[in-house]
Design a binder for this molecule. Structure first.
Ligand code: DGL
Length: 258
């Protein structure tokens, strides 16, 4: 199976890494739209426009399935297919995983401004459980910190601590990392929330795809392949992408114009 995946930048690699860990071997095509990052501070119309262009690009690579590994883009994509190809988004599976981690149904959400304002998580969670309460905190500074590779840095610790206060005051029982860049800052975020579970989109989406597509780990020794495309220069992106995807390696690195 060929699986197309996109995000605005490095964040979606946290989802790709989970898919490489959990799905049977597949051929992955990853697009990081680095020329237009960040998405999380853009309007709904702009994000929808970028999403359509990115899906068109992935489709041109003859993929069987597409994954929007970006919460901000997922929040505004309300369909399940694009030009007859199935599209998976991260909101539903991540919301379901969060509900499994609460007893009193109090859920915290850290996400970009676009995702928080879309109300996509709030709506999905109340659809799944009308008694659940979501406290959301837009955390726009975390994406540039993740893109800069400031992982477990004193500055990241400070910002994480500041952002989670709104959630801790409401006694949430778990915190959704509602942006695929945030797992890159997991050390700082975990320190900030103490022992509360942090819910990531990568594993939630991968298990959802395994169920929906009826996939099973094959015993076949075939190895997954990974083709990477970015819309801006590769240098910094490639250095961090190689670290994030370890122990997996990529088969090709390409710069494109959408
Ligand atoms: N990683 C993306 C998300 O999950 C977006 C980050 C951004 O471009 O603002 O929302």
């Amino acid at each position: 199976m060929r699986i197309g995946v996109f995000d605005s930048g490095l964040g979606g690699l946290t989802v790709l890494k989970s898919m490489l860990d959990l799905l049977p071997p597949a051929d992955f095509v990853y697009l990081g739209d680095t020329a237009r990052l960040p998405y999380g501070s853009k309007s709904a119309a702009t994000i929808e426009n970028y999403t359509e262009q990115n899906l068109k690009f992935l489709k041109s690579k003859n993929v069987d399935v597409m994954v929007i590994a970006c919460n901000s883009a997922s929040a505004y994509f309300l369909k399940t297919e694009f030009e007859n190809t199935p599209v998976f988004t991260v909101i539903g599976p991540t919301a379901e995983a969060a509900l499994l981690n609460t007893q009193n149904k109090k859920i915290g959400l850290l996400a970009t401004r676009a995702t928080v304002n879309s109300q996509a998580y709030q709506k999905k969670i109340s659809e799944l459980d009308s008694e659940a309460i979501v406290t959301a905190q837009a955390s726009p500074l975390l994406v540039p910190f993740a893109e800069e590779g400031l992982i477990d840095d004193p500055l990241t610790n400070l910002i994480s601590f500041r952002y989670v206060q709104t959630l801790l005051k409401e006694n949430v029982e778990c915190v959704i990392l509602g942006c695929t860049h945030y797992p890159l800052l997991i050390h700082s975020l975990q320190k900030a929330v103490g022992d509360l579970p942090l819910i990531e989109s990568g594993p939630a989406l991968s298990y959802h795809m395994i169920r929906e597509l009826n996939l099973s780990k094959s015993t076949e020794k075939k190895k997954s392949t990974v083709e990477i495309y970015t819309t801006d220069q590769l240098g910094h992106f490639q250095i961090w992408a190689e670290k994030i995807l370890q122990p997996y390696t990529c088969d090709s690195w390409n710069l494109i114009n959408l």
